[in-house]
Design a protein around this ligand. Structure first.
Ligand SMILES: [Zn+2]
Length: 76
């Protein structure tokens, strides 16, 4: 599978993917605005490269990262 080796080469990034990375180009997006309401923690990030904005729900996103970290084994 040729595409697989290409994909692996392209995806050389830290083992824990950043939630603030652009879904398209995987560059770190820039922080734009923060919304906090009803205990939610949502932040708008923008990718200067793609020109897209994305609202990230840190409330659940951080939970997801924590559970993912637990799954990937404790080297800590
Ligand atoms: Zn992008």
């Amino acid at each position: 599978m040729k595409w697989l080796s290409r994909f692996r080469f392209k995806s050389r990034k830290p083992s824990h993917a950043s939630i603030t990375a652009c879904p398209q180009c995987h560059q770190e997006m820039v922080f734009v605005e923060k919304f906090t309401m009803m205990g939610d923690d949502r932040r708008t990030y923008r990718c200067e490269r793609c020109g897209i904005e994305r609202v990230i729900d840190f409330g659940s996103a951080l939970w997801k990262i924590m559970s993912d970290a637990n799954k990937s084994g404790g080297t800590h």
